[in-house]
Design a protein. Structure first.
Length: 671
């Protein structure tokens, strides 16, 4: 980003034209960042709760008083049951310094519970790990040269602008773009073809394509022989996924599957851009595994414009140990603190504690996240945070849904006000984030807040008090070959560094798996007692997976990102929220007709977990049997005080322990 500053105030945020992936462009949301920084409701002073939990009534206090209150409560709990303290954070900032450096060190030193941070992408990451060895793939810039692009489970117009510009360039050059998505998104409308499969059936479609590739011998046998492992076993699995069977599973035409496979195999310059939507179901990890096999079967990796990309984050040589210092945990490495999956925060907070689960959670410190809005099974989450005996600290920019339940609310800095370093999961640069302005009001960086807590609690390990610049320098393994010729001073001078990677990273194999090959068959999965081959797992909540539930709740619901929101970030920015208007639910005309619903009706979406209301939009953008609620609203800014997570489940994915937000059955009725 380039930030224009005058008299100490940020006036404008724009894309940096000198940064190759950005090319001077930012998405609609981030161009409004100054509105967020200087919002009239920005938190600028520490606050202490004076009303009931959830009421959102606070009074300002000094930082000294805030630190003393926090340290007193946390010290008392830590002295007798440190695992009763739980951090809760995710990607409100994705910076390696303000994300989880001093914060992680602080909680490790206390011996607090650990959080399994899996809410977004862990299933897909696991799928890539067991197939490619890490979250790696083709380089974004070369999608512009591709001849076929499958945009799979992704709406890049809303969520991946810099990829979309490359896809558009490829389209102008004659490439064929195909969207694979249950919903006809903004992106799908601009592709040559839209394949509207049932949600959660992506793995079956990929296996159906593999079936056709094998049956019609559309394979690169030399690449398979030299650079893959387990082809014969994969062949046996794929042969059971005939186009007719896959047609039934996915709810699409048999010929669509056959023609898609033929088109994909017709050029080495065939590229797949997956995104996280397809892995937020029971079989998400396996689906990513199956899709990730495709480029190795056709030899698409031989070309720099061929291959697949879900995440490029594994290319960056991040030194997680140096950042987070797990060795600070008492008894490490033979003894580690208990781990709580962040998707189960509702159950975790409501659990009384026992020999199996561990101690009752008595304190939660929330930073870089808004769990009352974004975590699944939202009613349980709110009930957990409403416990009178739970001490909750929230570091935030605004009084979010979660902040309303805080005992102590601490003002944090934004990206424009602190130092950080970043890796990317869309391109292959590492970046420096310099503060452009001084902190607004009394806001402090996360790192400074956790250093202050450590000092107030009498902790004395030097690792807890390192400066942000020292931490930032430790974030990367500078000796790694991908950073050859780059050091901390280089990064400070240029602002970013492109990782040294070959244009076609797997043209000659060299995957990061134990075998160095693309592993169709994973021995590591077999050793864990898991299926070593990719397979299709029907969604937990579907006619195939739970017919009795589907009889009561016959509509599948997905809640992908609204174009003007970033999960729950930016929802309180009026110029963006006014564009979204109000919560909507898109549903197919036949589904609406059966329920006597017409366009514009207020409707209630419900299942056994809860309900929410939205304005119906009757449209064939949603396939039959599917409803789509673009998300995710702050509850307090929704007309009925609820959002899509009232109906989502705490169930976890097959691999990675990730969230199953799009594995959800509901019914809809007129209000």
């Amino acid at each position: 980003m380039r930030v224009t500053v005058e008299n100490g105030r940020a006036l404008k945020v724009a894309g940096d034209p000198d940064h190759a992936p950005t090319q001077g462009a930012l998405c609609t949301k981030v161009t409004r960042y100054p509105e967020r920084v200087y919002h009239p409701n920005r938190l600028t002073t520490p606050m202490k709760r004076v009303g009931r939990k959830g009421e959102g009534r606070f009074e300002p206090i000094s930082w000294d008083e805030a630190m003393e209150l926090a340290a007193t409560r946390l010290s008392e709990i830590a002295s007798r049951a440190p695992e009763a303290i739980l951090p809760y954070s995710y990607a409100g900032t994705m910076g390696l310094v303000q994300g989880d450096s001093i914060a992680q060190r602080f909680f490790h030193k206390l011996g607090a519970s650990q959080l399994d941070r899996t809410i977004c992408a862990a299933a897909g990451a696991a799928g890539l790990k067991y197939t490619y060895g890490a979250s790696v793939g083709m380089l974004t810039e070369f999608f512009a040269e591709s001849e076929v692009i499958l945009i799979w489970g992704s709406n890049p117009i809303a969520s991946n602008l810099h990829f979309w510009t490359r896809a558009q360039e490829a389209k102008r050059r004659g490439a064929r773009l195909i969207a694979i998505d249950p919903y006809r998104s903004l992106t799908a409308e601009k592709c040559h073809q839209h394949i509207a499969l049932k949600p959660g059936t992506d793995g079956a479609l990929a296996l159906g394509m593999i079936n056709v590739l094998i049956a019609e011998n559309l394979l690169d046998h030399a690449y398979i022989s030299a650079h893959t492992l387990g082809f014969d076993e994969l062949k046996g699995r794929a042969l059971t996924y005939t186009p007719s069977r896959v047609s039934e599973i996915c709810g699409i035409k048999e010929q669509e599957i056959i023609e898609l496979a033929r088109l994909y195999a017709g050029t080495k310059k065939a590229a797949i851009r997956m995104n996280y939507g397809l892995q937020r179901v029971r079989g998400g990890g396996n689906a990513v595994r199956a899709i990730a096999c495709l480029p190795s079967l056709t030899g698409a990796w031989r070309e720099r414009a061929g291959g697949a990309l879900l995440s490029s984050s594994g290319w960056a040589p991040v030194d997680s140990h140096a950042l987070q210092r797990p060795d600070l945990m008492p008894g490490w490495p033979s003894k580690v603190s208990r781990v709580i999956n962040m998707n189960a925060i509702g159950d975790a907070l409501l659990h009384p504690g026992d020999a199996t689960f561990g101690p009752k959670v008595e304190a939660v410190v929330v930073y870089n996240s808004n769990p009352v809005a974004v975590a699944p099974d939202s009613q349980k989450v709110a009930e957990g945070f409403a416990r009178d005996d739970l001490f909750t600290i929230v570091l935030e920019h605004f009084q979010t849904d979660t902040a309303d339940y805080a005992d102590l609310l601490l003002p944090a800095t934004t990206q424009l006000e602190h130092l950080d370093v970043h890796k990317s999961y869309g391109h292959t640069h590492v970046m420096l984030n310099q503060p452009a302005i001084s902190p607004v009001g009394e806001a402090r960086p996360n790192t400074e807040i956790f250093r202050g807590l450590a000092r107030q609690m009498g902790l004395d390990d030097p690792a807890l008090f390192e400066t942000d610049e020292v931490v930032a320098q430790a974030a990367f393994r500078w000796e790694d070959k991908t950073l050859e010729g780059v050091d901390w001073d280089t990064l400070k001078n240029t602002g970013w560094a492109k990782l040294n990677l070959p244009d076609a990273p797997f043209a000659e194999g060299g995957f990061r798996t134990p075998s160095g090959k693309c592993e169709f068959y994973s021995e590591r999965l077999a050793q864990q007692g898991l299926d070593p081959l990719p397979d299709y797992l029907p969604p937990y909540e579907s006619a195939d997976g739970a017919p009795e539930l589907a009889a009561r709740y016959p509509l599948a619901m997905i809640s992908p990102p609204a174009r003007n929101f970033l999960n729950s970030t930016f929802v309180n920015i009026e110029s963006l929220r006014s564009t979204e208007g109000e919560p909507h639910l898109d549903m197919h005309p036949s589904d609406a007709h059966m329920r006597d619903i017409v366009d514009g009706n207020q409707v209630r979406i419900f299942n056994d977990r809860g309900s929410m209301q939205a304005r119906a939009r009757v449209t064939d953008k949603a396939r039959e049997g599917l409803v789509v609620g673009l998300s995710i609203w702050w509850k307090k800014l929704a007309p009925d005080g609820r959002n899509a997570n009232q109906v989502t489940s705490q169930a976890l994915t097959d691999l990675g322990g990730s969230a199953t937000f799009y594995d959800c059955l509901v019914e809809v009725e007129r209000v």
